[in-house]
Design a protein around this ligand. Structure first.
Ligand code: TYD
Length: 208
């Protein structure tokens, strides 16, 4: 992102693809390199965002698709303005679980909203800010589902969607990566976590 001098890395992928594990390993490695890091996420990376996260993930009953897209965009607008940009200006490395590609993939995968409109909304919210690197952890939804089942956590609204929804989410992520190969690093999330971490480190090292 042009605003700051730091480095902004986002992790994307379906639920159960291992983003949190990789974010942790990347943070450890960056700290060992002497970099100051900030771990954050969407939705819920700010105080206002925590409130929005509770609505989008735990509200019982339907949320109109445009309202849902606007809630994620509102979370994003506040998060980028008050958390991400200031950290980049302090020269930190921001490691972020999910960003606008999740909105395009998930809100677009319901087939009700147009992917380009969702992306446009997010870009407006974030004043055009895009990460320096987006790591896509690609995994087939059946394997991801088995991982989530064994994690023994209750499903949120999106995790509970049917497998064909998650298949569309996966395809959408892959299409986004193909359209912006210079921003994306696509990795097979079925691999050993240490192997994935090494591939991420190699790419990040080139950006430091
Ligand atoms: P996540 O924080 O990865 O969930 P967990 O903490 O349970 O691992 O993501 C929460 C859900 O929000 C996930 O199912 C994807 C969804 N989501 C969207 O639908 N649109 C968005 O723009 C974002 C950021 C997330």
């Amino acid at each position: 992102m042009s605003a700051g001098r730091g480095l902004w890395i986002t992790l994307e992928g379906g639920d159960g693809s291992g983003k949190t594990t990789q974010a942790g390993l990347l943070e450890e490695w960056l700290r060992a390199q002497g970099r100051t890091t900030l771990r954050t996420r969407e939705p819920g990376g700010s105080e206002v965002g925590v409130l929005i996260r509770d609505i989008v993930l735990h509200h019982r009953g339907d949320i109109a698709p445009r309202a849902e897209a606007l809630l994620y965009a509102a979370d994003r607008a506040h998060h980028v303005a008050t958390v991400v940009r200031p950290a980049l200006e302090r020269d930190e490395v921001v490691i972020q679980d999910r960003y606008l590609d999740s909105s395009v993939a998930y809100q677009g995968a319901g087939r009700v909203l147009d992917a380009d409109e969702v992306r446009g909304l997010s870009l407006w919210a974030a004043e055009g800010a895009l990460p320096d690197l987006t790591v896509l952890l690609d995994l087939d939804p059946a394997t991801a589902r088995r991982r989530l089942d064994s994690a023994d956590k209750p499903f949120d609204r999106l995790e509970a969607e049917r497998e064909e929804f998650h298949q569309r989410v996966r395809e959408s992520f892959l299409a986004l990566a193909a359209a912006e190969p210079e921003r994306f690093l696509v990795l097979d999330a079925a691999q050993d976590p240490a192997v994935i971490a090494e591939a991420v480190q190699a790419r990040v090292a080139a950006l430091l």
